[in-house]
Design a protein around this ligand. Structure first.
Ligand code: C2E
Ligand code: MG
Ligand code: MG
Length: 305
C-alpha cells in the first residue's frame, strides 16, 4: 500500500491513543478507521443539527424521597437525527466536546432550559424549588467567560440564578486551574447551584472537593442500582452522605429504579433522588403536564389516565 495511507492510519491510531489511552500502545485496525469515519460524519452533522433545530430537551424529575413530590428537574439533551433517529448524548457529547461545538450547543441548552422555565413560571407552575439542572462540560469553561454567559442568558429570560443548577462531573478535578475555580466561585456567588455529577466514578480528591463550592453531590447510579444486593455499594453511599454532611452539601441519588431502593436511601438519610422508578426523562410537554398535576411520584395508574 502507498506509504501515504500507512502514515494516515498510523496517525489515526495515534490520535485514538491520545484520546483514550488504556495501554502504552495501540494497534491500527479497520474498526478504528470505521469509527473515525463515523465520528467525522457525526461531527459534520452536529454542526448542522444546531442550525436545523434537531436538538430537544427532555426533563427528568428530581423528587423528595419522603413524599415523592417533584422538587426540581434535570434537563437532558436529545438529538433527533433526520436519518439515524435519536442519538444518545453518550455518543454525541464527547464528539461535541472534542470539536468545541459543545460551546454553542451548551449555550443552546442553557437558553432552552431557561425558556422552558420562564414558560412554566408564566403559567403559574411553581412547585419546583431549584427549577432546572443543566449538564455542563468542562470545555465550556475554557474560554474563561462561562459565568458571564450564564449571567447574560439568565438575564435574557428573566430567570433568577437560584432557579438554575449546573451539573459538572468529577473530571473537574483533573483539570484543576485557577480560571476554572474562579468561574465556579463566580457562579456560586451569583446564586447558581453547583452540583457534582456522577460522584464516585472518576478521579476525586478530597482536598479539591473542599475547595470547590458544590451545593449538591449526585451519587452515581452504579452504586444506587446495586444498593440492595451489594454491601460495597451500600458502604459507598453511606460514605458519600457523611462526606456531603462535612461539606454541607445536599445529596441526590441517581438511578433509582425501584420503590425498595428509594426507601432504603431514605432510611439511610438521603432526601432527594431521581430515577426511572419515579419518572423517566420526559418531553417538555409531558413534563409540563406533570407540573400541572402537582401530585406525588410515581404516578399511579389513576393519575396517568
Ligand atoms: P447524567 O447527567 O448523569 O444523566 C443521567 C442519565 O441517567 C441520563 O441518561 C438519564 O436518562 C439516565 N437515568 C435516569 N434515571 C435512570 C435510572 O433509573 N436508571 C438508569 N439506568 N438510567 C437512568 P442520558 O439522558 O442518556 O444522558 C447521559 C449523559 O449525557 C448524562 O449523564 C450527561 O452526562 C450527558 N448529557 C446529557 N445532556 C447533556 C447536556 O445538555 N450537556 C452535556 N454537557 N452533557 C449532557
Ligand atoms: Mg447530570
Ligand atoms: Mg449522573
Amino acid at each position: 500500500r502507498p506509504t501515504r495511507d500507512l502514515l494516515r492510519e498510523a496517525e489515526r491510531a495515534l490520535l485514538r491513543h491520545r484520546t483514550e489511552a488504556s495501554a502504552p500502545w495501540v494497534a491500527y485496525n479497520i474498526r478504528i478507521h470505521e469509527e473515525t469515519q463515523q465520528r467525522i460524519e457525526l461531527r459534520r452533522e452536529l454542526r448542522r443539527a444546531l442550525d436545523e433545530d434537531q436538538f430537544e430537551l427532555h426533563f427528568q424529575p428530581k423528587v423528595d424521597l419522603a413524599t415523592g413530590m417533584l422538587v426540581a428537574c434535570e434537563a437532558l439533551l436529545r438529538w433527533n437525527h433526520p436519518e439515524r433517529g435519536r442519538i444518545p448524548p453518550g455518543v454525541f457529547i464527547p464528539i461535541a466536546e472534542q470539536s468545541q461545538l459543545i460551546t454553542p450547543i451548551g449555550d443552546w441548552v442553557l437558553r432552552r432550559a431557561c425558556r422552558h422555565l420562564r414558560d412554566w413560571r408564566d403559567a403559574g407552575l411553581e412547585p419546583v424549588r431549584v427549577a432546572v439542572a443543566v449538564n455542563v462540560s468542562l470545555v465550556q469553561f475554557q474560554m474563561g467567560d462561562f459565568a458571564t454567559r450564564v449571567r447574560d442568558i439568565l438575564g435574557e429570560f428573566g430567570v433568577a440564578p437560584q432557579e438554575l443548577a449546573l451539573e459538572i462531573t468529577e473530571s473537574v478535578f483533573e483539570r484543576e486551574s485557577d480560571s476554572l475555580l474562579n468561574q465556579m466561585r463566580e457562579l456560586h456567588d451569583m446564586g447558581v447551584r453547583l452540583s457534582l455529577d456522577d460522584f464516585g466514578t472518576g478521579y476525586s480528591s478530597l482536598l479539591y472537593l473542599q475547595r470547590y463550592p458544590f451545593d449538591e453531590i449526585k451519587i452515581d447510579q452504579a452504586f444506587v442500582l446495586h444498593l440492595l444486593d451489594d454491601p460495597f455499594s451500600r458502604h459507598i453511599v453511606e460514605t458519600v452522605m457523611m462526606l456531603a454532611r462535612a461539606l454541607d452539601a445536599e445529596v441526590v441519588a441517581e438511578g433509582i429504579e425501584s420503590a425498595a431502593v428509594g426507601e432504603a436511601l431514605l432510611a439511610m438519610g438521603c432526601r432527594f433522588g431521581q430515577g426511572f422508578y419515579y419518572s423517566k426523562p420526559l418531553e417538555a410537554e409531558a413534563f409540563r403536564w406533570l407540573l400541572e398535576q402537582r401530585g406525588s411520584l410515581p404516578l399511579t395508574a389513576d393519575a396517568a389516565r
